[in-house]
Ligand binder design. Structure first.
Ligand code: UGA
Length: 435
């Protein structure tokens, strides 16, 4: 039976560790953050991810999974997965590789001869080859990008739609086939690539997804100008299987810890490679995305004051949603919170609700007001902004909210609410990209 380690226990690492135990492997998760390891060791997760706490607890109890801060405890592992973060640099577009570099160095110090170090972090192309050159000759490196979505992390890891491995030898591929034996039995597509291609697959996939979202948001802008309806347009073009209907939800755009920083780091890397023109379009994808947030703020102004130059001082605005997407408490680069903060800065009395992300949102924006219940959030509001499409918001009863608000105005920033239901209940309903 293979024994593996997982270095870095954030969204990616904690999920990978628990899921590899579920696939039958012996797993040691390691992190330098003692508090995080203490929590994980008793099956507590420092973030919200459906199904993951149960899986952690199951395998900690069953003895297949443990967590430590001591690198000596991973010395006897056959395969090491490096899952640390690569955030955007504070002073530019590029990715900060310092965690990846120190993780590889720390593992290399203790790893037994013949073991395989596998990068899963999203890195600029060329990183794997550069890291391989720093390893002792008796260790081997591979790259195995991760495509999990927050909110579906367990499902995506246990049943991925493909496995991509960047390797430089058949032996490395065989070891990874042993790790993923269960997935291979279930016929998960297996793509063997060289190191740079494996790194590129990840950023290419995220760039494509970002492009799809910005494309539909660009169409939303045109629909607004021309009096069209982007939700109908998306449905109609999505029936063409070459286009497909997923990731065509127009609204306030993409955020989170991946898509925004990945397209920026990709542009920065292309520039270093002398290939900037190839990725120039991603700059436009980024601006369309950020413009969607500004369009909401302009709409709020016109909704409330009839002009988009007026200040918002005398208005109370209820913001439904703080997380960057539903079923997550992640507020990194959250379009919803960014909009809430900008409207607050413009003078409005803003109150934010989220089913799971209030604590992380408070940490990021301590000046904003937060409400524990939807009712407290909307009480006395001149306008409700629906910015993260949690199920509980989609199922709201517009009639029951009516007596609570000051004005029955709602703006759907995610095109996820039932417009007819709200209008029939007497609300002024607006949505991005719908005339
Ligand atoms: C994304 C990718 O989808 C994963 O495949 C990838 O593994 C991950 O990044 C990563 O690099 O680690 P994630 O950040 O969890 O996953 O979120 P997505 O589901 O991709 O959503 C990203 C953003 O796009 C959210 O803010 C969401 O609200 C927005 N979005 C998504 C739209 O605005 N419209 C859509 O139609 C779809």
């Amino acid at each position: 039976m293979l024994k593996i380690s997982v270095i870095g226990t954030g969204y990616l690492g904690a999920t990978h560790a628990a899921c590899m135990a579920e696939l039958g492997l012996d797993v040691v998760g390691i992190d330098t953050d003692e508090k995080k390891i203490a929590a994980l060791s008793v099956g507590e997760l420092p973030f919200y991810e459906p199904d993951l706490p149960e899986l952690l607890q199951k395998h900690i109890k069953g003895g297949k999974l443990k967590f430590t801060t001591d690198f000596n405890e991973i010395a006897d592992c056959d395969v090491h997965f490096i899952c640390v973060g690569t955030p955007q640099m504070k002073d530019g577009l590029a990715a900060d590789l310092s965690y990846v570099k120190s993780a590889f160095a720390a593992v290399a110090k203790v790893a037994k001869p013949g073991s395989l170090l596998v990068g899963k972090s999203t890195v600029p192309v060329g990183t794997a080859q550069a890291l391989a050159a720093t390893l002792p000759a008796n260790l081997e490196l591979a790259w195995n990008p991760e495509f999990l979505r927050e909110g579906f992390a367990v499902e995506d890891t246990l049943r991925p739609n493909r496995l991509v491995i960047g390797v430089t030898s058949d032996r490395a591929e065989e070891l990874l086939k042993e790790v993923y034996a269960q997935n291979l039995k279930e016929n998960t597509p297996w793509v063997r690539a060289d190191l740079p291609t494996a790194e590129l697959v990840k950023v290419a996939a995220n760039s494509f997804l970002a492009t799809k979202i910005s494309f539909i948001n660009a169409m939303a802008e045109v629909c607004e100008a021309a009096g069209g309806d982007v939700t109908v347009l998306a449905k109609a073009i999505g029936y063409d299987p070459r286009i497909g209907n997923r990731f065509l939800q127009a609204g306030i755009g993409f955020g989170g810890g991946c898509l925004p920083k990945d397209i920026r780091a990709f542009m920065a890397r292309a520039e270093e490679l002398g290939a900037s023109p190839a990725l120039e379009f991603l700059r436009e994808i980024d601006s369309i995305n950020l413009r969607a947030r500004q369009r909401v703020i302009d709409l709020v102004r016109t909704e409330l004051s009839g002009s988009n130059n007026m200040d918002l001082k005398s208005f109370k605005i209820a913001v439904l949603g703080a997380a960057f997407k539903p079923d997550s408490d992640d507020v990194r680069d959250s379009p919803a919170l960014d909009i809430a903060a900008q409207i607050h800065d413009a003078g409005a009395d803003v109150v934010v609700h989220d089913p799971k992300a209030i604590e992380p949102a408070k940490k990021r924006f301590p000046n904003l007001k937060f409400a524990e219940t939807i009712e407290d959030c909307v009480r006395g509001a001149d306008l409700i902004l629906h910015l993260t499409e949690w199920k509980v918001y989609r199922e709201l009863d517009p009639n029951s909210l009516k007596p609570l608000v000051k004005q029955t105005k709602i703006l759907d920033g995610r095109n996820a609410l039932d417009r007819d239901k709200w209008r029939q209940a007497g609300w002024q309903f607006h949505a991005l990209g719908r005339s």
